[in-house]
Design a protein around this ligand. Structure first.
Ligand code: NAD
Length: 286
């Protein structure tokens, strides 16, 4: 059984991004700029944003961070996003979620131009994915695909079962697998007989947000299991998969922590580089 080292793979991906940044700058472009937007002072969000900023700097990008107070108004937040949308130095805009409840997150996200939507969460980016058009893909599911490619599992023709159908993870995950010609089953909180559906999977993606929901009774012998869930418990971080139990039957499995988590930021950097490359090519063509 192979425990997939997402930390190591993420480091490799970030190194590739750093090389891509250097190559872009050598062509005469400015280094890509990542504009992270943090509202308020939620401790978990602060940690996520700090890591995104640090790793973007390490990859040779510019850190164009903006902080807004907890009580910022919708129109003030809109003004900032519109300014970043216009700013040539900004290659990518990331609004750290969740936002305080008085803000309309969906309408703020939708002001991000498609070319700068490095989280892949605008309606237009979702449309591009639905239409199998080119575009920036949501980072967490894109990271899972990268993990599967790294493991060498053949996605084409495989039966992939995704547990979860959220806009952020499960939904785009299923579409990315379909784009790669897997046969995809999407399960959710109202699916009947989840263990039976999961046991069909050659590739099982757990993104339900329920701690240790899946034990070995959900897993076919030899399946590849990717655990997107992250939960802080008194025993430390755990995922949606009962790791020690499922390790006994899976052919490969991602741990929590150290699996999907580190890949999410790495894919954000991949998207930011891709956005900067496209902007540079477009400006040269114009
Ligand atoms: P969500 O709550 O928005 O969606 C959960 C989905 O799972 C829903 O579609 C729901 O129908 C389904 N579900 C819930 N309970 C279920 C059950 N008992 N059986 C079957 N399906 C069930 O959550 P999300 O934003 O998609 O995140 C899912 C998990 O992934 C969370 O633990 C979250 O913390 C984690 N996450 C990790 C990363 C990362 O970088 N590793 C990024 C985003 C989210």
């Amino acid at each position: 059984m192979n425990v997939i080292d997402g930390k190591q793979l993420a480091a490799t991906v970030r190194q590739e991004v750093a090389q891509g940044v250097a190559a872009l700058v050598a062509e005469g472009a400015e280094s890509p700029g990542l504009a992270t937007v943090l509202v308020g002072s939620d401790p978990a969000s602060e940690v996520y944003v700090r890591n995104k900023r640090r790793l973007s700097l390490e990859a040779g990008m510019r850190d164009l961070h903006h902080w807004l107070p907890e009580d910022v108004t919708q129109s003030e937040a809109i003004a900032l996003i519109d300014e970043l949308a216009e700013d040539q130095r900004v290659s990518g805009i990331l609004i750290q979620l969740p936002l305080p409840p008085h803000l309309d997150a969906a309408s703020l996200i939708d002001r991000i131009p498609t070319g700068k939507d490095v989280d892949g969460l605008t309606v237009r980016s979702a449309g591009q994915l639905a239409q199998r058009d080119r575009g920036l893909r949501p980072c967490t599911p894109a990271g899972v695909i990268r993990i599967l490619e790294h493991v060498g599992v053949e996605i084409e023709g495989a039966h992939a079962v995704v547990v979860g159908r959220s806009i952020l993870v499960g939904g785009p995950m299923a579409q990315l697998l379909l784009e790669r010609n897997a046969t995809v089953t999407v399960c959710h909180s109202r699916s009947r007989d989840l263990p039976r559906l999961c046991r069909e999977a050659d590739i099982l993606i757990a993104a339900a947000g329920v701690p240790t929901l899946l034990d070995r009774s959900f897993v076919k012998d030899g399946a590849v299991v990717v655990d997107v869930g992250i939960h802080r418990t008194e025993h430390g971080l755990v995922g949606d998969v009962d790791f020690s139990d499922v390790s006994e039957v899976a052919s490969a499995i991602t741990p929590v922590p150290g699996g999907v988590g580190p890949m999410t930021i790495a894919m954000l950097l991949v998207n930011t580089l891709q956005a900067a490359e496209l902007a540079h090519r477009t400006s040269r063509a114009g």
